[in-house]
Design a protein around this ligand. Structure first.
Ligand code: DAU
Length: 318
């Protein structure tokens, strides 16, 4: 939708390519960097932690250094205005007990996967740059995002697309792990608010106010599909599927699987006036409906590298 907007430029590059990052900063003179670039999938980090160290830790370091050099060459007015918004995760706080209050920004860090450890390390670097160099950064820690266009390695699109193909819906362990689900547009809105009004050196939690067990999430997707795409005829199945939930399959648990994440997002609500709007049931409905309508997009990303990942992931698990 924005491809023709003159304010938009897409450059495909690596945040570890310092020369490229520095030349882009010089060329475009941005007022802010919103740092989303990360290896983000926990299962992938278990198979290959090296990429997570490289992108999430070393890549963040490179971006910080490039931005610091850029600010050094900028005018005082530009320096004053500039913000580096580092987008992080609730996983840095580690697994919460069932009766623990949600994590505030003051919670100690206790990451358990190579992914969350790499994000925690990056957060520490960003914080250190604020303290040491007066670098104008702000950190946000969000809960589980969902919505249209999410890559189907993540639970919600994976389950939706597997169900439509009549494939098993893999639920790790007992399915009772809890995540707090944040609709993607709510997250984007929160980031805009933080960019506009957040205070340098501060951290803001961004949560969805929607704690669910994985089994609840998968069942909600199945019920939504029962309604939107009932009784599908699936190739290689002898009879139509009457309830998508019949495809639910419990599989071996993820190693080091965090039991519960939950965020206390009252700071961003009280100080910056943001809170999530989406209700989980309507968010899921919009998401599932989007995947139902986007055959071409799905076909495009389900080939190539993604197929290799699924084979690796399920090959090992089988
Ligand atoms: O909490 C925020 C984090 O949410 C982000 O920082 C991560 O980048 C993002 O990947 C996500 O991490 P999770 O590990 O929670 O997301 P994922 O979609 O992989 O899994 C959600 C839950 O569902 C988790 O408890 C594992 C479970 N799961 C996942 C998959 C892929 C299954 O039961 N079966 C599956 O096949």
């Amino acid at each position: 939708a924005i491809a023709k907007d003159p304010r938009y430029v897409f450059v495909r590059g690596d945040i570890n390519d310092r020369a490229l990052v520095e030349s882009l900063l010089r060329q475009h003179k941005p007022r802010a960097i919103v740092h989303f670039a990360a290896e983000s999938h926990v299962d992938r980090s278990i198979y290959g932690p090296g990429d997570f160290v490289q992108t999430n830790i070393v890549g963040t370091f490179n971006l910080l250094e490039a931005a610091r050099a850029y600010l050094g060459e900028s005018t005082a007015a530009a320096r004053e205005q500039f913000r580096f918004l580092h987008v992080s995760t609730d996983e840095v706080y580690g697994s919460l007990a069932a009766d623990s209050p949600p994590a505030t920004e003051a919670f100690p860090y206790a990451p358990s996967s190579p992914y969350s450890a790499s994000k925690a390390a990056a957060d520490h670097l960003v914080r250190a740059y604020c303290c040491t160099y007066g670098f104008p950064a702000i950190i946000t820690n969000c809960s589980n995002n969902y919505g249209p266009r999410q890559f189907p390695e993540k639970l919600i699109p994976l389950v939706t697309l597997n169900a439509l193909a009549g494939k098993p819906l893999p639920v790790y362990g007992d399915g009772l792990n809890i995540r707090d689900w944040l609709y993607v547009t709510d997250h984007c809105e929160a980031l805009r608010v933080v960019l506009a009004r957040g205070r340098i050196g501060e951290t803001y939690n961004i949560g969805g106010n929607s704690e669910k067990t994985n089994l609840d999430v998968v069942k909600t997707i199945c019920a939504t599909l029962d309604e939107l795409r009932p009784n599908p005829l699936i190739p290689h199945h002898s009879s139509p599927i009457t309830h998508y939930s019949s495809l639910i399959t419990f599989v071996k648990d993820r190693p080091g699987h965090d039991r519960r994440y939950a965020l206390d997002a009252s700071k961003i609500r009280d100080q910056l006036g943001w809170q999530p709007h989406a209700r989980f049931e309507s968010g899921i409905r919009e998401t599932v409906a989007w995947y139902l309508a986007q055959g071409d997009w799905v076909a495009g990303i389900m080939s190539g590298e993604y197929r290799k990942w699924v084979e690796k992931q399920y090959g090992v698990r089988d």
